[in-house]
Structure formats: structure tokens, C-alpha cells
Design a protein around this ligand. Structure first.
Ligand SMILES: [Cu+2]
Length: 158
């Protein structure tokens, strides 16, 4: 129900996000993209965000580009035989029309591989999100404490 109301609100243009940290391109809106802070010498970091699509056609997040890592992969963590494994997701993530995709739900995350420097609190990481239809969106990840989950950050954005 909450999702439906959100979708209706977005379609009607009634909902203006309270977030000061958000980015838009066309009908696509990014809400509070963040990375988890990493210990010194870590070589990977995980990124999360909510992507809203106010349009009437689906879009797709194809990739994330940044100079702060050698590459950014999309992963889903699954539990197999009691062991957590990260599966690569090559096709990116669909952003449904009039709805949202939560990168961070169901074990999904963006994984920065081959960090070129530490991901510390206060660091702002420039990146570009590339969408199939909306195109390239330059944006910035904030850094949240290690272990922060997507839902932890959503309360102050609703
Ligand atoms: Cu991963």
C-alpha cells in the first residue's frame, strides 16, 4: 500500500522528497546514495541507494562509473548451504515504471572493486550512473558507518 501511495504521489507530482542528498535525470530520481565506510586497506566497498522512476516506462541501471575504483560490479548476496555468496548481476537492475528499485534490498548492492583510496566518513565519491533510457547521471555517494543498511537511512528521507 505504501508503494502504491508513493507511486500515485510521484505520478501526481505531490511528493517532494525532503532529502537534501538526491539527484534527478528525466523521470529518474536517486535518493541518498551511500557507501559503507571501509577499514584501512580494504580493497572493496559496497554502495546502496533508492532509485525512483516517475515515468510511464521502465528503465534500467546499466552500470556505475567512478575513478575511485578499478570497476563497479552489481551483486546479490545469496545464502547457499549456510554460506553467504555474492552473485554477479550482469544485466543491471530494472527500475519499474511509476515505482522504485531499492539497491540494498534482497541482498543487492553495488560493489566497488579495487579501491584507489580509503572510503572514510566524510568522503564524497563522485560517480556516474548510466541508465538505459535516461542516460548518464553524474552524482555523489556519501559515506555512512560500516554496517549501515538501506532501511537505516530511509527513515530520515520519508
Ligand atoms: Cu558484492
Amino acid at each position: 500500500m505504501k508503494k502504491l501511495l508513493l507511486a500515485l504521489g510521484l505520478l501526481a507530482g505531490l511528493i517532494v522528497p525532503a532529502s537534501a542528498h538526491g539527484f534527478t535525470i528525466g523521470e529518474i530520481e536517486i535518493v541518498h546514495p551511500f557507501l559503507r565506510a571501509t577499514p584501512p586497506k580494504a580493497t572493496t566497498a559496497a554502495g546502496y541507494m533508492v532509485i525512483r522512476n516517475g515515468g510511464s516506462t521502465p528503465d534500467r541501471l546499466l552500470r556505475i562509473e567512478t575513478t575511485a575504483a578499478e570497476k563497479v560490479e552489481f551483486h546479490r548476496t545469496v545464502i547457499e548451504g549456510g554460506i553467504a555468496k555474492m552473485q554477479p548481476i550482469k544485466e543491471g537492475f530494472e527500475i519499474p515504471a511509476g515505482d522504485e528499485f531499492r539497491l540494498g534490498a534482497d541482498g543487492t548492492h553495488a560493489m566497488l572493486v579495487g579501491l584507489t583510496g580509503p572510503i572514510d566518513l566524510g568522503f564524497l565519491m563522485d560517480a556516474t550512473l548510466v541508465f538505459d533510457k535516461a542516460g548518464a547521471l553524474p552524482m555523489t555517494f556519501e559515506v555512512e558507518p560500516a554496517g549501515t543498511k538501506l532501511e537505516d537511512t530511509e527513515a530520515h528521507h520519508e
